[in-house]
Write a protein that binds this ligand. Structure first.
Ligand SMILES: Nc1ncnc2c1ncn2[C@@H]1O[C@H](COP(=O)(O)OP(=O)(O)OP(=O)(O)O)[C@@H](O)[C@H]1O
Ligand SMILES: [Mg+2]
Length: 204
């Protein structure tokens, strides 16, 4: 299965210049793909487009020959660098997870989530604990591709390794595609089967 972005162009309503111009990208669900580029080059913007987070853009996103659905559950799930920014601060973790799907006991264990954390608000968890929740939220059984945008940048080395190990294991086992966006060249070289350089596919 392939996630395909065709002739993607994008300019923020407030901006003068195109951030992305005629970008063509293809991600194979059987591989782990890295996306690398300078800060401000448009990686996060492209990730948001590929995961249906942007309402308006030029070009099209497909999974194989099917256009990405504009409503309902999106089979491309984005994991952000700052999970607290995309969680409702007034909801407890249980509600935040239930909104996506009923996470299995097995996954709670695998990702080292303690049951007592479910009764807490996002502000009552550490960055690493919170990121485990946002990963689990993205691993809905209907998910076909996961985009990890600087997923572990803010975490310590041990937690980074733990989370990456579990995500990679899950994606490989379930044939879920994984796009890894990171500044960390070492991480990308270590875990990715192939690497895409945004400046090489962006014709701006
Ligand atoms: N909501 C917005 N409105 C206007 N401009 C924006 C907005 N979000 C991002 N930009 C601009 O678009 C460009 C691309 O931003 P983007 O976040 O996609 O870059 P990035 O490659 O992910 O960078 P980083 O590696 O620092 O995360 C930047 O110049 C940024 O200032
Ligand atoms: Mg970014």
């Amino acid at each position: 299965m392939n996630l395909i972005g065709k002739n993607i162009s994008y300019k923020y309503p407030s901006g003068k210049e195109y951030i992305l111009k005629d970008v063509n990208i293809e991600i194979d669900s059987e591989k782990i793909t890295g996306l690398v580029g300078d800060s401000g080059s448009g990686k996060s913007t492209l990730c948001k487009i590929l995961s249906n987070y942007m309402a308006k853009y030029d070009g099209e996103v497909f999974i194989d020959s099917e256009k990405l659905p504009k409503s309902g559950f999106c089979p491309v799930q984005l994991i952000y660098q700052h999970p607290e920014k995309v969680m409702n601060p007034k909801w407890k973790m249980k509600k935040i997870l239930d909104e996506s799907w009923q996470v299995s006991e097995e996954l709670f264990k695998e990702f080292g989530i303690q049951k007592s954390w479910l009764n807490r608000y996002p502000s009552e968890l550490s960055g690493g604990e919170l990121q485990r929740f946002s990963v689990l939220r993205a691993l809905n059984p209907k998910t076909k591709f996961v985009i990890a945008d600087e997923m572990t940048t803010m975490l310590d080395a041990v937690t980074q390794v733990q989370i990456w190990k579990k995500v990679i294991e899950y994606c490989r086992k379930n044939s879920v595609g994984l796009l890894v966006v990171s500044h960390d060249k070492k991480l990308v070289d270590e875990i990715c089967d192939e690497v895409i350089y945004l400046n090489e596919i962006n014709k701006k």
